[in-house]
Design a protein around this ligand. Structure first.
Ligand code: F6P
Length: 467
């Protein structure tokens, strides 16, 4: 395969190791199966510093990590990417907290990665992922001119996060030059049509672009196609993992400890976009009305802990959980089992299957693969119910879920109560609708749709040249 995939975080593919995020988990199987080259940052030892660059085999593909200077990496990752772009893209511009140096380092890392990609100049299609690399396509084009290298590649970009309304994007420092740089990509993919439309609204005539048929942006002789590619999961793999994990010691001891009681599950990185505090408050409300109706297993993986907003949230949520457990708990019953650690996909699948309610209630989320994984892992003969935020991209597809407004704590508690008492018939018919969708549009399909679109653009360019 002639494809180079680029993302900040990469994965080495041990199914028994904790997964470090949706993007890395999603790309791993498709790189392994397709034989693509996957380029990314060296292990970050979660911010304890960068490890060495390396080249390794990954299934039929290859994993290449680049040497990135530590002095810029922290300002790029912790600074501009996660303290300016992440809050903006998740409609929290009030949390932007950066300096000009952070932006400088973000641009530097993008330029260095572009330089590192020149070793693959003979490959024809490049696919860049996520907000860490908004200007990477433009840096590649710059190098092409400066070094007089004839790179005939087509470069596409996929955004895993939401893209908010133009008014929110205008709060982002350097938004004009960043979005100008994004237009060096020939294909930009979004998770939902709403995010694609928000982007088009920003880059319209006020930005000096022409929009053709709501999908192609023309500006200064360049054309960028915008598409919608909702990311999927490997539904069959999750189903298989979940059957196998029933006998995993952690899963079976959890099941035994329930003493026949019902379990809900939440799985999130501790991030202000995930609505963890509102979720805990919704269960608090539920238990005030219906004591012991269900317990909650909340897996809350620490994330980006060297950013103050994340550290503050970690202690805030831990305090909230402690308080709720004190008020509703008893010697023989723990309302919230709170785990601050990551789990492997294979164990997670078993936990999803054990839980009769999946609660996925982010305030804002590009897609949220936990929602899809929860559905894929259910027992077809006795499936659980998914309670899903209407502000997750997954809500556009999973029409069998019970949708909630994650800001409305009382409503969430009533919907969870409805999920607990839903009839087996309704649970099955809702689940069937969702699993059909997941089986019909898998992670492999998502990958191939984007790559085919890139290859079409490449073919059009080649044909244009020969005319
Ligand atoms: O787009 C979201 C994402 O890139 C996903 O991979 C994951 O949910 C998260 O961000 C991971 O963040 P980090 O690499 O900073 O841990």
């Amino acid at each position: 395969m002639d494809l180079v995939v680029v993302s900040n975080r990469v994965s080495r593919g041990n199914p028994n190791e904790p997964m470090t995020g949706g993007l890395a988990a999603a790309l791993l199987p498709v790189v392994e199966q397709s034989g693509a080259i996957w380029v990314g940052s060296p292990d970050q030892a979660d911010s304890g510093g960068l490890k060495e660059s390396s080249v390794e085999k990954l299934g039929r593909g290859k994993l290449v990590t680049l040497d990135l200077p530590a002095e810029h990496f922290s300002r790029y990752y912790k600074g501009f990417a996660n303290s300016a772009l992440w809050p903006t893209l998740h409609s929290r511009p009030d949390l932007i907290d950066i300096s000009d140096l952070d932006y400088f380092s973000y641009r530097e890392i993008n330029a260095i990665v572009a330089d590192g990609l020149l070793q693959f100049r003979n490959h024809t299609t490049f696919w860049v992922h996520d907000y860490h690399f908004l200007p990477l396509g433009a840096e590649l084009r710059k190098l092409e001119i400066e070094r007089k290298v004839d790179i005939k590649k087509t470069v596409g970009f996929f955004l895993h996060t939401p893209w908010p309304k133009p008014a929110t994007i205008r709060c982002l420092p350097y938004h004009v030059e960043l979005i100008e740089a994004m237009l060096a990509y020939e294909l930009i993919g979004f998770q939902t049509d709403e995010y694609r439309q928000n982007f088009i609204d920003y880059v319209g005539p006020d930005f000096g672009s022409m929009i053709e048929n709501s999908v192609v942006i023309s500006r200064c002789g360049r054309r960028t196609r915008c598409g919608v590619f909702p990311i999927g999961v490997d539904a069959d793999k999750f189903a298989q993992y979940s059957e196998q994990a029933v006998s995993h010691p952690f899963v079976s001891s959890l099941r035994n400890s329930l003493n026949g009681g019902k379990l809900a599950i939440g799985v999130d990185r501790i991030d202000y976009s995930k609505g963890l505090d509102n979720r805990v408050k919704a269960f608090d409300h539920l238990w005030a009305e219906q004591p012991r109706s269900i317990s909650l297993l909340q897996i809350a993986t620490p994330s980006r802990s060297d950013i103050k907003a994340y550290r503050d949230l970690q202690s805030f949520v831990a305090d909230l959980v402690r308080d709720v457990n004190l008020r509703h708990g008893a010697k023989d019953w723990t309302p919230i089992r709170y785990h601050n650690e990551g789990f492997s996909q294979s164990v997670l699948a078993g936990l999803y299957r054990t839980a009769k309610v999946g609660v996925v209630t982010p305030l804002c989320d590009g897609m949220n693969l936990v929602a899809k994984e929860y559905v894929a892992a259910q027992d077809p003969n006795n499936p659980g119910v998914l309670v899903l935020s209407k502000f997750a991209g997954a809500a556009k597809e999973l029409d069998g879920a019970l949708l909630v407004d994650p800001y409305d704590i009382e409503e969430m508690s009533h919907v969870i109560s409805r999920a607990i008492s839903m009839s087996p018939y309704e649970r099955s018919s809702r689940w069937n609708r969702m699993i059909e969708r997941l089986r019909g549009y898998t992670i492999q399909q998502w990958f191939s749709d984007f790559v085919v679109e890139l290859e079409n653009i490449q073919a059009e360019k080649t044909a244009g040249k020969s005319i």
